[in-house]
Design a protein around this ligand. Sequence first.
Ligand code: NAD
Ligand code: A1AUG
Length: 522
Amino acid sequence: MNTLTNVKPFVNEPFTDFSKEENKQAMEAAIAKIKAELGREYPLHIGSKKVMTEARIVSINPGDKDEVIGHVSKADQALAEEAMQTALQAFESWKRVPAAERADYLFKAAELMRQRKHEFSALMILESGKNYAEADADTAEAIDFIEFYAREMLRLSRTNENQPLTKIAGETNNLTYIPLGVGVVIPPWNFPLAICVGMTTAAVVSGNTVLLKPASTTPIIAHKFVALMEEVGLPAGVINYIPGSGAEVGDYLTTHPKTRFVSFTGSKEIGLRINRLAAETAPGQIWIKRVVAEMGGKDGIVVDETADLQAAAQAIVASAFGFQGQKCSAGSRAFIVESVYDEVVEKVAELTKALQVGLPETNAPVGPVIDQGSYDKILNYIEIGKTEGKLLAGGGKAEGNGYYIEPTVFADVDGKARIMQEEIFGPVLAIGKAKDWKEAIALYNDTEFGLTGAFFSSDEDRIEEALETMHCGNLYINRKCTGALVGAHPFGGFNMSGTDSKAGGYDYLLLFTQAKLTSRKN
Ligand SMILES: NC(=O)c1ccc[n+]([C@@H]2O[C@H](COP(=O)([O-])OP(=O)(O)OC[C@H]3O[C@@H](n4cnc5c(N)ncnc54)[C@H](O)[C@@H]3O)[C@@H](O)[C@H]2O)c1
Ligand SMILES: N[C@@H](CCC=O)C(=O)O
C-alpha cells in the first residue's frame, strides 16, 4: 500500500505537443476510436446496479448537431432516493477503509487514465467542443487532481501532521480528520472531466460516499470516469452516477435530510439557490449541511503603459477566447490605460480576426459553444454589446452545423455596461479605457465577482500595488488569467465567484472532513 513516504512527490501531468505529427495522429486515432462507440446507451450506477430508464438525456456534439454522442439514463426522485440509501449504506463501510487504501484506488485510476489519456480527450472534443490542446489540458488536470488528492489524503491521515498540538504533560492528544457522510457532487460541463473528477475524488478519498449528478450536456465523459473507478475496483456505492434534471433531482437531493454536504461548481444563480435550499433544516436532519460552491466570474486583464504590449494583447486574446470564452476564468474584460489604448486594442482586434472557427475534431482554434441555450444567450449579449460599445471583431454567428459564434470584441465599453458586469460565458470581450493604471484597477474591481485577474506592467511598485488591491482569488502578473495548475495555483474565487474553496490546493480536503480531537489521560 502507498504511504506518504513511498509515493513520489506530486508533479503536474505534462501537456501534449500537437505540433508533433505523431501526437496529432495519436489524437486522430483516439477520435476515430471514440466515434466508433457513439450512440451507445448508458445506465445509472446505483451501487452495483446498472439502471436503464425510459427517460433519456441525449448528448450531442455541439460542433455537429446531427451527431449523437450517446443516450444516458435519467434519474427521477425515486431513483435519487434509492441512490441516497445506497450511498448511506456504503458510507458505513467506506468510512472505515484506511486512508492509504482509499488513496490507492486513486493512484490506480490516475495511472489508467494516463494510459488512455487521448481517449478521454477525444471524447471531450466530441462531447464538449474542445480543441486538442484544451481537451488534453482538461485530461491532464483530471490526472493531477487524482494524484494530488490521493497524496493529500495520505498527508491528512498522519495524525497531528496538519495541525501539531501543544504538548500537555499526562495527556495524549490527537487530531484526526474523519469524513462527513453522503455528499451530492454537482459539476459543470465546461471542464467536464477535470472538475467532475476533482470534486468527486476529493470527496471519496476523504472517506465520503457520493451521488454524482453530472451536467446534462456532458454526461458521457462523466460516465467514462465512473466506469474507470469501477474498473480499478472502487467498492460499489461509493460513487453513484445519477444524471438528471437539476431542478428535479438537484433540488430533491439538496433538501434531503441525509445529505451531509453539497459540492457544487457552476453558475452564480444555481450556486446561490443550492446555498439557500441547503441552509434550511429538513425534518429529521441532524447537521448543518456544508456547501462548497464555486461559481461564475467576470475576470479581466489590466494593462498599463509600461507593459509589453504585444504580450498583453496575446494574453487578452488567449484569456478571452480559449475554449470559446467558456471558462469561469475567462478574461472577458480588459482595461487599458489611455496612452497605449489604441495600440493594444488594435493588436487585440487583429489577433482576434486571425482566429479560425471550425469543427473541434479538426483542431480548429475556436469551436462551438455548448448548446442552443448558450448560443442564444451569447448572441443576445452580442446585440446588447452593439448598443454598449464599438464592435471591432466578430459580432454574430459563424458557419457550421453547430453552435458556432465569431470571437467578438467590443471597445470603448463603460465599466457599468451589462457586457462589463454580467457573465456571458462565451467568446465576447469588452474593452474599457482608463485614464491611468489606478483607474484601470478600480474598473477591474468594480464587479460582484472575484475569480481571476491579470495585471500587465513592468513597474515593480505598481505590480506590488496591484498584488495588494486587485481583489480576486487567482491573480496573475504578466500572463493570461486562465490555466491554473493543480498544486501550483490553487483555484477559487471571492465574492459571488464562490466560497474560494481552492481546488487543487492544500486546504481542499478539509472541506470534506471534520476534525476530531481525542484527549486521553495517561
Ligand atoms: N468557480 C469555478 O471554479 C468554476 C469552474 C467552472 C465553471 N464555473 C461556472 O459554471 C458556470 C457554467 O457551468 P454550467 O452552465 O454547467 O452551470 P449551471 O449552474 O447551469 O450548472 C451546474 C450544474 O448544476 C446543475 N443544476 C442545475 N440546476 C440545479 C439545481 N436546482 N440543483 C442542483 N443542481 C442543479 C446542472 O445540471 C449542472 O450539473 C459558469 O457560471 C462558470 O463560471 C465555475
Ligand atoms: N481552472 C481553470 C478554470 C476553471 C473554470 O472554468 C483555469 O484556471 O482556467
